[in-house]
Design a protein around this ligand. Structure first.
Ligand code: NI
Length: 185
């Protein structure tokens, strides 16, 4: 049975760290990756980056269409992802499991060319656009310690200030939104 991992919230230093390259032969991945996927769905996320569950590895799980009616679970795991090219622009409302109850309009590239390693270690080249591209850019940012609130306008930042401060205070108190359920990876 995969385990539910506790999610770090805004204010936790882990969310600001640049994650490390993954050694594809690390046996830990076989246990860890199912837990990452399980946690993404359990928390109703369309994406989850490893540092959000306290693991400093360049691994993200995504399922952009999760939540759409009749969509079956289709998790994808991107290991050591790289975004090689960005073009065009779009703005859409984003949220994040590490920033509960905070939503804001975020500018992103419309289309990206990216690559990643799959769980067998094979490097795969791919393209994404629209909403899928938003999800990948958002999760990729996490691996570099960047949060969606870093991209919003100064006015939006001002409006979010109070809520962010409250989250930071909670993080300082060691409160974690999944503390009540399960612990260690
Ligand atoms: Ni996020």
């Amino acid at each position: 049975m995969p385990k539910l991992l506790p999610i770090r919230i805004y204010g936790d230093a882990m969310l600001r760290k640049k994650s490390k390259e993954v050694d594809i032969d690390d046996p830990y991945l076989k246990i860890y990756i199912p837990n990452l996927i399980h946690t993404m769905y359990a928390r109703d996320g369309v994406g989850l980056a490893s540092n959000q569950v306290g693991v400093e590895l360049r691994i993200i799980a995504i399922d952009p269409w999760w939540g759409l009616e009749e969509h079956k679970k289709n998790p994808r795991v991107l290991i050591n992802p790289e975004i090689h090219h960005r073009e065009g622009a779009q703005v859409s409302e984003e949220g994040c499991l590490s920033l509960p109850d905070i939503f804001a309009k975020v500018p992103r590239a419309m289309k990206i060319c990216y690559s990643y390693q799959d769980q067998a270690g094979k490097r795969i080249e791919a393209e994404a656009e629209g909403y899928e591209a938003v999800v990948i850019q958002h999760e990729y940012d996490h691996l570099n310690g960047v949060l969606f609130t870093d991209h919003v306008s100064t006015l939006t930042k001002l409006m979010l200030k109070r809520k962010l401060k409250d989250l930071e205070a909670k993080a300082r108190d060691g409160v974690n939104i999944a503390d009540d359920i399960d612990t260690e990876p």
